[in-house]
Design a protein around this ligand. Sequence first.
Ligand SMILES: [Zn+2]
Ligand SMILES: [Zn+2]
Length: 252
Amino acid sequence: MKIVLLGTGTGIPDPRTPRGYAGVYVKAGREHLVLDAGPGTLKQLMRIGVSYLDLDRLFLTHFHPDHCLDLVSILFAMRIPYPARTRPFTVYGPRGLKQLYRQLNTAFHRWIEPQTYRLTLKELGETTLALPGGTVRTKRMNHAEGRALGYRLESAGRAIAYSGDTDVCDDIVQLGRRADVLILECSMPDERKVAGHLTPTACGRIAAEAQARRLVLTHFYPIVHLATARRRIRRSYAGRLTLARDLQALHC
Ligand SMILES: [Zn+2]
Ligand SMILES: [Zn+2]
C-alpha cells in the first residue's frame, strides 16, 4: 500500500510550521481511499496527483470539522460535470453520517448531491468489511463521547491502522496489533494532556503494546515540541518512528 499524510495538523493553524487539517490518502490495490477529510484535503490530493474523479472511498473517523469539513468540497467537485464523474463513491463513518449529509445538503441548497454518479453513505459500528482492495476493520475510539471510529486497512498481506482522534484505550491497541504502519494522533505534549487525545508517552506505549512495526504520528497541536516528543516515545517504543509532515509518503 501507498500512504500519504495529507495534513498533519489539528483544528488550529500553526504559524511556525504550517500543517494541514486531518487527511490520509491510501492506495490499496487499485482503490483510491481517503481517511478523514479536513479542510484542504481536496487540494492536497490534487498536489499528489490524485483527482477527485479517481477517489473510490472516504472513511470519516468522526464529525469534528478538522476531520470532515472537506466532505462538502469533495461532493461539490464531484457534482460539477466538467468532466462528469461516473465512478461510484462511498463514504463511511460513525452513526450520524446520513444525518450530517442531509443537513449539509440542506444548508448548501442541495449543491452537494450527485448528478452523474452513485453516492453511498454507510454508517458503521464495530465491524469488518470486505472491499475490492482488501478488508477494513473498525473499532470505537475514546473520543467524541465514544462516537469516533478508528480504521484498520489490510491489503496484500499488509496492515495500516489509523486512530483518527482518540484518548488511551485498549481498542486502539487491538486495532494496531502488529500493524505494518500504525498512524496515531499526537495532539498534546505530556505536560498538557487533555481528555480525548494522546500524548507522545501514550503513543509510545500504545505502539509498543500493539507491537506495531512502524509508528507514524500526526495531528500535532502547535505546542507539541517534536524533539521532546521523540525522546518520550523512545522510552517505550523501539520500532521505526516517523513524526509526519504534510505530504509525506510511505510505502508498506
Ligand atoms: Zn482532531
Ligand atoms: Zn476530534
